[in-house]
Design a protein around this ligand. Structure first.
Ligand SMILES: Cc1cc2nc3c(=O)[nH]c(=O)nc-3n(C[C@H](O)[C@H](O)[C@H](O)COP(=O)(O)OP(=O)(O)OC[C@H]3O[C@@H](n4cnc5c(N)ncnc54)[C@H](O)[C@@H]3O)c2cc1C
Length: 388
């Protein structure tokens, strides 16, 4: 086993780190009122980072899952809204377009994703159905060479900025999970409307998006049925990338805290010299290292197909670890940790997202438990899986 980054990986991480620590860290507060971090996004585009999931023939970097995770981790150390915006360009939506869209759409949209000129939005959640995807009500009806879509999506990221919406919808009223396909919708399509805004504790705004007799060309219907099963690889990849943000948030909060408890003196000595504080630091550190080990293993084995079991395990652990670590970071900053003066309050708020989206912890625990129940440990035991 090799626990070392290659020279290329080190160079990629180094350039993103320089940008993030040098510029994004200072700007962190600017995006907490829902303002989209355009400035950061443009700078990341110039490094090529927005095209991490875009194949090279369309101007992207076509990076492996592990490298994409490393980049997200660096950005999340200082800025949750920027990391989420980059995940939007590196996640399921880009993979849907790269794999299933017709060439006419791919060759036009993917270069714009790389340059930051086309932000992508993924529309899955509905007012009455988030986890319960089999109950989506949005429906797309095929009429000749057109597709007519009606329905409402909610809690949608980047709907105000998106140039293209990747919409999961029932096709021709087919019931159940298998009846869900996927339609691409360009901004400005008549019948598409962004109707409501929710401001979140993480800083970014989420929106309600409505489709009222909205028509798109038939070529925009990229998946006719069974979209979730056919996109399993993309969703499992997302389960490796979402926790990379959690890991970064925890690492950022840890670094901030280490600086703080060394500098701030109480009762005549630095906070970090009290045993109670040192034990907290040690627990935070071991939590982060354990999470990193799990996540890197899931990511390094994720191409071409992530192991759903490893990805889910890493996601649950990293998401919950980030909540624990950022919480202790705020605690060790005392009252100042609760103010906007110190980044830990922002990192703490961002950390709360991970376990809610991209497969909630409850759903993933169910998946992990079911798989364990279905496996025969055999003479080697289940935990030897994949090592020997
Ligand atoms: C910051 C942020 C960004 C988001 N961006 C997007 C986006 O861009 N596009 C989009 O489509 N959606 C987005 N969402 C929505 C997100 O995907 C949903 O919130 C998520 O899928 C959960 O759905 P829900 O909120 O309807 O919760 P529900 O499905 O109502 O679940 C509520 C609770 O029940 C739990 N639960 C579910 N199933 C089980 C079970 N079997 N056993 C026990 N407990 C269970 C869940 O884990 C959760 O804790 C975003 C959400 C947030 C917070």
């Amino acid at each position: 086993m090799e626990f070392r980054l290659s020279d290329t990986q080190r160079a990629l991480v180094g350039s993103v780190r320089e940008l993030a620590q040098g510029r994004f860290r200072q700007r962190g507060l600017r995006w907490m009122d829902g303002t989209f971090p355009w400035e950061n996004i443009r700078e990341l585009a110039s490094l090529g980072v927005l095209g991490m999931s875009v194949p090279e023939e369309y101007g992207g970097m076509g990076l492996a899952v592990f490298e994409t995770a490393l980049v997200l981790e660096e950005i999340a150390k200082v800025c949750y809204p920027t990391a989420m915006a980059v995940l939007g360009e590196a996640g399921v939506q880009t993979r849907v377009i790269a794999k299933y869209a017709p060439e006419s759409i791919r060759s036009r949209i993917l270069p714009q994703v790389c340059s930051g000129d086309c932000i992508l939005s993924i529309c899955m959640t509905e007012p009455h159905a988030g986890t319960d995807v089999a109950n989506y009500r949005t429906n797309a009806v095929v009429k000749g060479d057109r597709v007519v879509v009606n329905g409402v999506k909610t809690l949608i990221s980047r709907a105000e900025e998106a140039g293209m919406f990747v919409v999961f919808t029932r096709i021709d009223g087919k019931p159940g999970r298998e009846g869900i396909g996927c339609v691409l919708v360009e901004r400005g399509t008549p019948g598409l409307e962004v109707t409501g805004t929710y401001h979140t504790m993480g800083g970014e705004n989420l929106h309600e998006v409505q489709f009222r007799d909205m028509e798109v060309p038939l070529e925009n219907l990229v998946l006719r049925e069974d979209g979730f099963r056919r996109l399993l690889t993309a969703f499992n990849t997302q389960r490796c990338l979402n926790p990379a943000i959690s890991l970064g948030l925890a690492e950022g909060a840890f670094d901030e805290t280490l600086r703080y408890v060394r500098d701030r003196t109480i009762f005549g000595k630095p906070i970090g010299d009290f045993q109670g504080a040192r034990w907290k630091l040690a627990d935070m550190y071991k939590d982060i290292e354990a999470a990193r080990g799990l996540l890197y293993r899931a990511c390094m084995t994720a191409d071409p197909f992530p192991d759903p079991f490893l990805a889910a395990t890493a996601k649950v652990f990293c998401n919950e670890m980030a909540i624990r670590v950022t919480n202790e970071a705020v605690q060790l900053h005392g009252g100042f940790g609760f103010t906007d003066e110190y980044p830990v309050s922002r990192l703490y708020r961002g950390a709360r997202y991970g376990s809610l989206g991209g497969g909630a912890s409850e759903t993933l625990r169910d998946l992990i438990g079911k798989k364990l129940m279905a496996e025969d440990p055999g003479p080697d035991g289940i935990l030897a899986r994949g090592y020997f």
